[in-house]
Each structure stands twice: as structure tokens, then as C-alpha cells.
Write a protein that binds this ligand. Structure first.
Ligand SMILES: Nc1ncnc2c1ncn2[C@@H]1O[C@H](COP(=O)(O)OP(=O)(O)OP(=O)(O)O)[C@@H](O)[C@H]1O
Ligand SMILES: [Mg+2]
Length: 354
């Protein structure tokens, strides 16, 4: 059996990863879980059907430190049924399943939903655990209690220490038991690497492509592959009951076209939510802007403002350099600020967390 430290060392030897002491220090934690999971589940007349509890892992720390990358190594190395899912997407599924259960007359909808999840996997690997929504905050305690009870092992990445989850949220006192549960069932580990590898991978790279056909497209595809590191899923954000979809999302990186984000009826609240949900946005096919697509242009300005404020890294392809994107018609004056921001956001140092 190849261990995680061995897998990690092989990647360093192959030049795929830089050696990082802080990352290396986490590996025994994942390895411990892996070894526990590899043990055969004891079955017998007097034994419970549920396996012995395995302490999970709550890996937190600053952006780009390699949390998701390490968790992916772990997930790929497992032989037991595992589901790797963005936390937000998972919670959305839970709400939908609970809604269905209630419709069919079930009173306590969490119970059958938790049972179905626990039966389908042995390990849940969440990326980016964060709780901002009161409807999530009010059910996670009981949901996870039942998942743990059924023997589900949880590993998760997060940018926050557990005590800061749902910070300043409404009715937070009702949420506190969840924090207690997390600390009880998961080993809490801070990844303190000094390096933001995402920033490193991007700095020095071109991030604004004036469309030159297939070549720019291929370069953007390569950046996307490098940063997302796997198969993407759509990410659906619910904003005031409406759904906004980012067509491709993984590891904090989203990929969409101008059409996806600026040709639909989205407003400032939607763009703020998008900026909040992603760390890097790859936005393709920004056209020339003019009075003919005035509404799209206005939305684009709002989108760039939101991304700029939230320090999201932007990689894009456009029909022209920022200053030449919008040169005639109403709105050109306002666009000057957007053009200047688009310039600034290309800087290698831009958006650095430290
Ligand atoms: N040791 C390393 N050497 C080279 N690249 C690395 C290393 N660790 C991580 N990376 C790369 O850096 C990028 C960011 O890593 P990752 O997505 O795992 O960070 P993260 O800690 O999950 O960040 P966030 O909190 O923003 O989600 C990825 O493309 C990843 O493959
Ligand atoms: Mg991550």
C-alpha cells in the first residue's frame, strides 16, 4: 500500500509540487484516517453494524496553501466509498432532499436524509466549509450528529477556524453545538504554509488575453486545468430565493463566459455573491461594448467592481485591451474606472492575501 507521504514525495520528485514542510506535516493526519478506513469493518452477532468512529480532519488556513490539493490526494487514495463535494453544493442538496421528504409527509426530515447520505458513502470530503446562511446554520448540528452517529467520516477544508464559523450570524447561539461537534469529531489542524501557491502559479503568467483565436483559448484552458486540478461541477448560488449558476467550478476557481454572467438578468447582489464564492474567475469572450449592448456593459462594470472589492483574481479573454473595450456611447466615462481596474487586476502582485 502506498502511503500519502509516499504519494506526496513522488509528486515532489516529479516536479509537480514544491516541497512544503507545513503540507508535509498534515499528511500523517490524512494517513491516520486512511489506515483506519482500510481496517475491515468488524461484523458479528453482538457487534453493532456501524463501524468504530474515526476521527476526521478539519483543515483550515489561508487561501492557496494547498488544503484542497492535499484533500484531493487523500480522496484519490481511498478504496472506500467517498464523496468529495463543495460544502455549499452539498447543503443545497440536503435542503432539496428535506423539502421532498417533508412533502411526502415526513415530520423530521433530517433523519431520512442523513440516513440516505450515510448509506451512500463512508467518507464525506467537503471543500470550503463555510456557513453564511441561517437555513444551513439551523440544521447542520442535527444533520452532522446523525451522520457521525451512522459512522460517516468527515474531512473538510475551510478558511476559518471552527470558532469563527457563522461568525456574527443570526441566532448564532443555536449554531454553537455544531462547533462543539466539529471539535469533538474532527481533528482541527491549521495549515500554516507561508506560500500562497495559487498566487505563485498565476504571477508572471498572462491573465488578460486579447482574443487571438485558438491560441488564447488553449492558454486559458491550460490555466484552468492547472488551477482547478480536476473535473468541475456547476456551482449554484441561491440569492434571495433565486438561483444563479456558475457553469464550471472547482477548488475555488470558476470558469464562465461573458454571456453566462453578463447577458442574463443579474444584479449587484448576484455579483457580490459570485465574488464571495470564488477566488479566481476565468471569464471568457468579453466582446466590444457599446450602446448596442449597454445593459451587458453595465452588468460587466458591476461584476468587475464586485470582483475588485473582494480581491478575486480575474483571468479573461476579451475583444480588445481594457481601454479599448468601450470607446463610444453612453457609459464610456464610467467605464474608465473599470478599464483601470482591469489593468490593475493584471498585476502579478494583485489580490495577495498578505
Ligand atoms: N506544494 C505545492 N507546490 C506547487 N503547487 C501547489 C502546492 N500546493 C498547492 N499547490 C497548487 O496551488 C493551488 C492552490 O492550492 P489549493 O487549491 O489546494 O489551495 P487551498 O488551500 O485549498 O486554497 P483556498 O483556501 O483558497 O481554497 C492549486 O493549483 C494547487 O495545485
Ligand atoms: Mg481550497
Amino acid at each position: 500500500m502506498t502511503t500519502l507521504p509516499e504519494i506526496y514525495a513522488a509528486k515532489i520528485a516529479a516536479g509537480e509540487l514544491h516541497a512544503d514542510d507545513a503540507q508535509e506535516a498534515v499528511l500523517p493526519q490524512f494517513e491516520r484516517i486512511r489506515a483506519e478506513l482500510a481496517k475491515p469493518v468488524k461484523k458479528g452477532w453482538f457487534r453493532k453494524a456501524t463501524p468504530d468512529p474515526v476521527e476526521g480532519l478539519y483543515l483550515w488556513g489561508g487561501v492557496g496553501r494547498g488544503k484542497s490539493m492535499l484533500m484531493d490526494l487523500f480522496v484519490d487514495s481511498l478504496d472506500v466509498p467517498v464523496r468529495r463535494v463543495h460544502f455549499h453544493a452539498f447543503m443545497q442538496e440536503i435542503h432539496e432532499a428535506m423539502h421532498k421528504a417533508r412533502k411526502s409527509g415526513v415530520e423530521d426530515a433530517i433523519q431520512p436524509v442523513a440516513k440516505a447520505v450515510a448509506e451512500s458513502v463512508r467518507v464525506l470530503a467537503f471543500d470550503e466549509m463555510q456557513i453564511t446562511d441561517i437555513t444551513d446554520a439551523m440544521i447542520v448540528g442535527r444533520l452532522f450528529e446523525q451522520l457521525f452517529e451512522a459512522g460517516t467520516v468527515v474531512v473538510t477544508t475551510s478558511n476559518r477556524v471552527p470558532d469563527d464559523l457563522y461568525k456574527d450570524g443570526l441566532n448564532r447561539q443555536l449554531f454553537l453545538p455544531f462547533i462543539g461537534l466539529i471539535k469533538e469529531r474532527l481533528r482541527v489542524w491549521e495549515l500554516v504554509s507561508p506560500v500562497d501557491y495559487r498566487q505563485n502559479r498565476l504571477s508572471g503568467n498572462q491573465v488578460y488575453f486579447v482574443q487571438a483565436g485558438t491560441e488564447a483559448r488553449a492558454q486559458i484552458r491550460a490555466i484552468w486545468q492547472d488551477l482547478s486540478g480536476g473535473t468541475a461541477d456547476p456551482l449554484v448560488l441561491t440569492i434571495k430565493g433565486r438561483k444563479v449558476e456558475l457553469p464550471a467550478f472547482r477548488n475555488g476557481v470558476a470558469r464562465a463566459t461573458f454571456f453566462d454572467l453578463c447577458s442574463k438578468m443579474l444584479g449587484p447582489g448576484d455579483y457580490l455573491a459570485i465574488a464571495d464564492a470564488v477566488k479566481v474567475l476565468i471569464l471568457e469572450d468579453i466582446p466590444r461594448l457599446s450602446r448596442h449592448n449597454f445593459n451587458e456593459a453595465k452588468r460587466f462594470v458591476t461584476l468587475i467592481d464586485a470582483l475588485y472589492e473582494a480581491k478575486v483574481r480575474l483571468i479573461c479573454s476579451a475583444a480588445a485591451e481594457p481601454e479599448m473595450l468601450y470607446v463610444e456611447g453612453e457609459g464610456t466615462f464610467e467605464f474608465e474606472r473599470t478599464a483601470s481596474r482591469l489593468r490593475e487586476m493584471q498585476d502579478a502582485e494583485w489580490g495577495q492575501s498578505d
